[in-house]
Design a protein around this ligand. Structure first.
Ligand code: NCD
Length: 336
């Protein structure tokens, strides 16, 4: 695809070569993310970071990624503090905000809302999550992390064995990740969820059409025994009619070090898009996994900055100029 000026709305817009390009550019961003160098390549550019739904890491990492390329960030958080609360349409909001920004990242609770917003925007729009639909940049950072982790252990993406666990019905990260995995070959994928929270059939079909072997299960321990990646997810409480309904499913798939040691292969990588629900009744990934070197959750969040920098560099067409605008780092830092 042509990245310059493009919206990033769905994993479906990519071919495998596009993913490889994003990952190659993400690798090039590492010296900047590790503060070995700074670049001013986006000096003067403005990111409109529009989050109409709760977010910590996606919003902040988009902002940091833009700052690390030398650009400025303007933010709106929450529907209540924006003019949407006064009844303004997505069309009007997009026309206005795209007059202020060079690129916009947006999260919104309605599926399809970010695409609707993008169709009225005068600048590229990146989807930071639209309801239960998609979260393409999360899937990209997840697969980028999987590739790094697996390569370090001598493996490859083709042939990967993955267990996706939790709320596969409402979890947009697993929807986008499934679309992304459909670009690869020969994977063995086990989908573990309560029956009511199963992965929608359209994603399962996509994976099977790609030639992957897909199993569906309601049991954690048999499903995590022969996999390279355990990808756990949170029950998406905000998408249920009530907290009580979400409570019915919380805590079904708890992973801790004892279960990991007993059932998983020694090198199995543990992932989660975060936030992990650490309340006692949920405890998706126990604290006692924090010392496990195969717990990759904070490598995922670090990698998110690289992938988001890569997307900005590609969409704003500055990939070849990043190093030309490099400078030394002036301050004491403890990274890399
Ligand atoms: C996810 C999301 O918002 O979909 N969080 C994130 O962006 N890392 C997952 C979640 O909220 O459970």
């Amino acid at each position: 695809m042509k990245f310059a000026g493009a919206h990033i709305l769905s994993i479906d817009q990519f071919e495998r070569g596009d993913i490889e390009e994003i990952f190659r550019v993400a690798d090039e961003m590492e010296p900047y993310a590790l503060r070995r160098k700074v670049t001013r390549v986006l000096e003067g550019a403005i990111l409109g970071n529009m989050f109409f739904e709760p977010s910590t890491r996606t919003r902040v990492s988009f902002g940091c990624a833009f700052n690390l390329l030398g650009g400025n960030v303007r933010e709106t958080t929450g529907v209540q503090t924006s003019a949407i609360a006064k009844g303004e349409s997505l069309y009007d909001t997009a026309r206005v905000l795209s007059g202020y920004s060079d690129v916009i990242c947006m999260r919104h609770p309605e599926p399809g809302s970010v695409a609707e917003f993008a169709s009225a925007s005068r600048v590229p729009v990146i989807n930071g999550g639209d309801g239960a639909n998609e979260h393409p940049t999360q899937a990209l950072l997840d697969l980028y992390t999987i590739q790094k982790e697996i390569k370090a252990k001598g493996g490859a993406l083709d042939g990967l064995r993955v267990a996706m666990i939790g709320d596969l019905r409402y979890g947009r990260t697993v929807h986008s990740l499934a679309r992304l995995m459909a670009l690869y070959k020969n994977m063995q994928i086990v989908l573990v969820s309560p029956v009511e929270l199963a992965m929608p059939e359209k994603y399962i079909e996509k994976l099977r059409e790609a030639g992957h072997v897909v199993d569906v299960s309601t049991e954690l321990t048999p499903s995590i025994q022969h996999v390279d990646i355990v990808y756990s997810t949170r029950i998406q409480e905000e998408r249920f009619a009530s907290k009580e309904e979400a409570d019915l499913y919380r805590g079904r798939f708890r992973l801790n070090q004892a279960i990991y040691t007993r059932y998983c292969e020694p090198n199995t990588v543990i992932m989660h898009p975060l936030p992990r629900d650490s309340r006692a009744e949920a405890n998706e990934l126990d604290k006692d996994l924090d010392e496990n070197p195969n717990l990759a959750i904070f490598r995922q969040t670090d990698n998110g900055v690289l992938v988001r920098m890569a997307l900005f560099a590609l969409v704003l067409d500055v990939v070849d100029d990043v190093d030309k605008h490099a400078q030394r780092v002036n301050w004491y830092h403890t990274r890399g």
